[in-house]
Design a protein around this ligand. Sequence first.
Ligand SMILES: NC(=O)c1ccc[n+]([C@@H]2O[C@H](COP(=O)([O-])OP(=O)(O)OC[C@H]3O[C@@H](n4cnc5c(N)ncnc54)[C@H](OP(=O)(O)O)[C@@H]3O)[C@@H](O)[C@H]2O)c1
Length: 387
Amino acid sequence: MKNLYLLGATGSIGRQTLEIAETAPERFRIIALGADRDVEGMTELVRRHAPRYVAMNDAAAAATLAIRFPDIEVGSGKAGLNRLASLDQDDRDGLFVNAAVGIAGLEPTIAALKIGRDVALANKETLVVGGDIVMPLAREKGVRILPIDSEHSALWQCLEGERPESVLRLVITASGGAFRDKSRAELEHVGVADALAHPNWKMGKKITIDSATMMNKGFEVIEAMHLFAIPLGKIDTVLHRESYLHSLVEFVDGSMVAQISSHDMRLPISYALHHPDRVANPTERLDLAKIGKLTFAPIDSERYPCLGLAYAAARRGGNAPAALNAANEVAVALFLAGSIPFLTIETIVSTALEQLSFIAQPSLAELLATDAAVRDAVRGRYARQLL
Ligand SMILES: NC(=O)c1ccc[n+]([C@@H]2O[C@H](COP(=O)([O-])OP(=O)(O)OC[C@H]3O[C@@H](n4cnc5c(N)ncnc54)[C@H](OP(=O)(O)O)[C@@H]3O)[C@@H](O)[C@H]2O)c1
């Protein structure tokens, strides 16, 4: 029996994680659930899964839940989220599932690693911002980081049992997001509802916008570099509109090994939760003959500048990816609030990188300070739109 400590439980990945856990009640027990502020969503989950511990980032949300569930321990704020990740320190077989969105996921990941707990990771920002700290810590503690993202799950499956020196390059596929058929001129007038209409995946709002700008692909490149200890120059991307081939590895002998399946996050979640076993799950099976063909095309870097900005930040290293992420998080929130046009997202991110006070080997505290400073600078510059 594996105990699950799940952050981001009320979100898209969080709920699908609970669904997969429910299909194997003899294997998984839900011990702790956490989220930001969705009290009603969490109330429903607590009634269904009866966790021992609940953490809400928002103090008022935590207080409401503490009144509703007097028999359950409820934590709040950063301390509450970190406690969720490191609850029951002696439970070495437990799994921390990080399905939170944003940099809020970084410190709980570190808290879990510090007590030697494996982490199933959906939260992108953990490795984008803190990969240089998180991966050495995981190695030092001898714990595993099990990727949940479909692209990294695909790469993980393709790389299992292979020697690092056999790998020529990783190729990460991209659907192209909601605006893949629009010209740059048309992008000047797109709205929030258009950007949220992803052609293949149903995901949380932030990642759906990141898919439309292709920042999501840039984040995935940075994550892959850390997760698989592969130099940035050996990670490529390719446009694959159908989203069935989730990524591939090219080996030195010319073989390309790919992972293909329906676009359903329950499969990579199931793979991470059950690893090393493969277990039947409710995902739709692919009928290759019905699909007929899979298409591939180069990604036009002028069409998607955010991808280039992510590569540039990764190449520079240090606190540059933290600045990239912070500027992007604020810019996406501004766009979702209807405060800035779509194309201003890339302007905000590129300005943040230009104005960065660079630190080559930042500590965790310096990464968090970079995050705060960049957020303040962007919010300051766009204060009028925020009113
Ligand atoms: N959805 C996908 O298919 C997919 C695929 C690959 C990777 N990912 C990555 O997985 C992560 C989650 O994505 P999602 O699509 O599931 O997002 P989502 O549907 O927006 O859910 C986000 C979750 O994070 C919680 N949260 C937000 N801010 C928080 C904070 N400050 N502290 C604690 N919890 C917080 C939310 O709580 P409230 O509900 O209370 O706001 C919610 O439970 C992201 O990093 C995303 O890039 C997602």
